[in-house]
Ligand binder design. Structure first.
Ligand code: ADP
Ligand code: MG
Length: 392
């Protein structure tokens, strides 16, 4: 097994019909540790698939290098890179059974002598016969054992003799995963493998992929635009926007301390609310006519920034419903989304006419049009400068 390293990697596509060239990956530096599950997340079009394609060898970088382990792979052909890729569309062979789809990569992975080929062929044509009549092939038996192990771990054993058209979407995706696993590659690449599944199946398959990866310990790069998958699946998350790495870190690090406004808005649902503020004296934020006290880790940096214009961010769970006082903020509820276990209020703050989301208990009876008061959690504030970079 091996880690993966992108070094100053860039990819530019030439512009079509006189258009400017498209810079898809820009000077990317990123190290994925051996055995790590890295989630690569970002909006549609930010270069996620391009990065996987460069790693798999389906496309070549404009400049920079990629290493698997210590080995630079620019000049290594795709088939010899020892990576296995799972796509959003399952890309199974329709005419092959599940068993043969699973073993396809294994059969192709080693060069064979004519004798070996004949032996394998005879084995395959006799494998449906009773045991005493089968012709043996050590290689085919190894493949069969591997396929059976993979099928068991993905609960595909009952389906081995079916063809793809006889499978549900979730089953097909499990076969696609199994085919990648069966080869036991150095690196797994998964490009939005769950986006064709319905919500329930997505949740269960998500857990299964995480468990499998933990059991196998294979270095994995998992691409998604879904921030729930990003938060729940990876050891670390890399956030990509417009071909640039925005932040790399553990899920909760990114959630608690986003390094810029883009990450703050991208990770977490509903998104962090953002308010234009002026820094007041003694670590306060001035919002319209209100002065809000900040506590905790942001106090120190605020004391040095009195008078500056900043963007202040607060997560939905850090707005608390409160009785009307001088301290807290008046708001009008414009929408109320009841989720059963909680409700998400969309509110307009009267002090500065900004829209924010607040997460509240499902038990409280609130309706659109209600006037409420919101008390911001003093330790919850995150602050960003005029370039959108986080202040720490
Ligand atoms: P993502 O997977 O993050 O949605 P992609 O990596 O597929 O994004 O694409 C990133 C950008 O590169 C997009 O703007 C896309 O239009 C462009 N792109 C991808 N492939 C090509 C290509 N072969 N030629 C020109 N532009 C491309
Ligand atoms: Mg993509």
């Amino acid at each position: 097994m091996a880690g993966v390293r992108f070094e100053d990697l860039s990819k530019t596509y030439p512009g079509r019909g006189g258009a400017d060239p498209v810079e898809v990956i820009r000077k990317l530096n990123l190290t994925i540790n051996n055995g790590e599950f890295l989630v690569l997340v970002g909006p549609s079009g930010c270069g996620k698939s391009t990065l996987l394609r460069l790693l798999a060898g389906l496309d070549n970088p404009t400049s920079g290098e990629i290493r698997i382990g210590s080995r630079p792979i620019s000049s290594v052909p795709p088939a010899r890179r020892d990576v296995a890729m799972v796509f959003q569309s399952y890309a199974l062979y329709p005419h092959l059974t599940v068993r043969d789809n699973l073993s396809f990569g294994l059969r192709r992975s080693q060069a064979k002598s004519i004798f070996q080929r004949i032996q394998d062929q005879v084995f395959l044509s006799t494998r449906a016969l009773p045991k005493s009549l089968r012709v043996r092939s050590v290689r085919e038996e190894q493949i069969e054992a591997r396929v059976n192990t993979v099928a068991r771990s993905l609960e595909l054993t009952e389906l081995l003799d079916r063809r793809p058209k006889e499978l549900s979407g979730g089953q097909k995706q499990r076969v696609a995963l199994g085919r990648a696993m069966a080869r036991n590659p150095e690196v797994f690449l998964m490009d939005e493998p769950l986006s064709n599944l319905d919500a329930k199946l997505r949740t269960t398959t998500r857990q299964r992929i995480v468990e499998l990866q933990r059991d196998l310990g294979t270095t994995t790069v998992y691409v998604t635009h879904d921030q729930v998958e990003a938060m729940t699946m990876g050891d670390r998350i890399a956030v990509l926007n417009k071909g640039r790495l925005q932040q790399l870190g553990k899920p909760m690090e990114l959630y608690r301390w986003p390094s810029n406004i883009f990450v703050a808005q991208f990770i977490g649902s509903p998104a962090m609310g953002l308010l234009p503020v002026i820094v007041g004296p003694n670590a306060t934020l001035i919002l319209g006519r209100k002065r809000i006290q900040v506590e905790g880790e942001m106090v120190e940096p605020l004391l040095q920034r009195e008078g500056q214009h900043l963007t202040a961010g607060l997560r939905p769970e850090h707005w608390h419903l409160a009785p009307a006082t001088n301290r807290n903020l008046q708001a009008e509820v414009s929408h109320c989304e009841r989720l059963g276990n909680e409700q998400i209020l969309t509110c307009r703050l009267l002090d500065d006419d900004q829209i924010i989301h607040a997460r509240t208990s499902a038990e409280i009876n609130i309706n659109a049009g209600d006037a409420i008061n919101l008390d911001p959690e003093p330790t919850g504030w995150r602050l960003f400068d005029t370039d959108g970079e986080a202040i720490r």
